[in-house]
Design a protein around this ligand. Structure first.
Ligand code: SAM
Ligand code: SF4
Length: 334
């Protein structure tokens, strides 16, 4: 292996999130506009290029790869990419290959994912109410996702449910979701809604439900034990004494996780974002396409990591969203 990636603040970069497509079969209101224009195919990294890109990062010390999107499982032939990544799991260079999905395609792909060495997946689900599900995803069908979750459990995949906390939308489902996950042996993580994308049609400040408040409500019913477990990301975990269940809180708008940040994000066009909350990025597609060898690409990755900022710049406290990012989550992959 080459010298591992260490950023200017002495943080080892060993976690890469890769968006493999900007497309999706849903149109969640906080994530996409209803009429999205997607990128032309030639802009996207091909599956072979994604393999080269990820393999180079693995050679540089990345041990955890999370595949996301858009909806990663709608990309044509994506299973051949997962199958290619299996060799890095088998060699021991990669410790974990995971995926974040909306669950719609799991009935079709869960078994293949498991065969490729995927052990845990994140499934995004904001509500267990069919009508509300149709409203929030615009195009999704709850039954299909629930069936996908069944398929994933049948295939032996461990599931973490990710739920965006939305004021006036799923506040009343806090305990329903918690109980449903407990019954099925699934962990549950709540995500604070982020000011991504354009605020044109939906005002995300109106939807903002603080996880501090959510945690307070959980504490009225359960005894919460803080877990020391850290992932290098914006998640904190508690264990509910009564059920043994793990509940996570992702508060991307606070800065208090930046000091341990171990991750970078690659878009489906080969842009590397060094920080979720800042616009700076490095184009890795040009050096990748410039030659058949990976030397230039490796150099470009090292140069990018050398620019990784100390922390990000969101700020909700200023009642207007000054730190707001103009790109969508489906672009950087959440
Ligand atoms: N399509 C897959 C899915 O939904 O899981 C993967 C991509 S999606 C962009 C990744 C995660 O980002 C999802 O859990 C989604 O709920 C979350 N997300 C999207 N927009 C968000 C926003 N504005 N604030 C907080 N989370 C957001
Ligand atoms: Fe698609 Fe995921 Fe965005 Fe929803 S959150 S529109 S499922 S990419």
């Amino acid at each position: 292996m080459s010298t591992p990636l260490i950023d200017p603040f002495a943080r080892p970069i060993n976690y890469l999130r890769v968006s493999v497509t900007d497309r999706c079969d849903f149109r969640c209101v906080y994530c996409m506009a209803e009429n999205m224009t997607f990128l032309p195919k030639k802009e996207l990294l091909s599956l072979e290029e994604l393999d080269r890109m990820c393999s180079t990062f693995v050679r540089l010390g990345v041990e955890k790869l999370r595949i996301t999107g858009g909806e990663p499982l709608v990309r044509r032939d994506i299973m051949s990419f997962f199958a290619k990544m299996t060799r890095h799991l088998e060699s021991g260079a990669l410790r974990e290959l995971t995926v974040t999905t909306n669950g719609s395609q799991l009935r079709r792909f869960a078994r293949q994912l498991a065969d490729c060495g995927v052990r845990r997946i994140n499934v995004s689900l904001d509500t267990l109410d069919e009508k509300k599900f149709a409203d929030i995803t615009r195009w999704g069908r709850l039954a299909q996702v629930l069936d996908g979750i069944d398929a994933a459990q049948e295939a032996g995949l461990r599931i973490k449910i990710n739920t965006v906390a939305l004021k006036g939308f799923n506040e009343d489902e806090l305990f329903t979701l918690q109980e449903w996950c407990a019954e099925r042996g699934m962990d549950l993580t709540f995500i604070e809604v982020m000011p991504m994308g354009d605020l044109g049609n939906e005002d995300r400040l109106d939807q903002y439900w603080s996880l501090k408040d959510l945690r307070g409500r959980l504490a009225e019913r359960f005894t919460l034990h803080d877990l020391a477990e850290r992932t290098g990301g914006p998640a904190r975990y508690v264990q509910l004494e009564e059920t043994g269940q793990k509940i996570g809180f992702i508060t991307p708008l606070t800065h208090n996780f930046c000091e341990s940040c171990n991750r970078v994000r690659l878009t489906c066009t080969g842009e590397l974002y060094m920080c979720l909350g800042q616009e700076d990025m490095a184009d890795l597609r040009a050096p990748l396409r410039a030659s058949e060898g990976d030397g230039q690409l490796e150099e470009a990755i090292r140069a990018a990591i050398a620019r990784k900022p100390k922390g990000h710049d969101f700020d909700y406290s200023r009642q207007k969203v000054d730190g707001q990012m103009t790109r969508h989550m489906s672009h950087t992959g959440g």
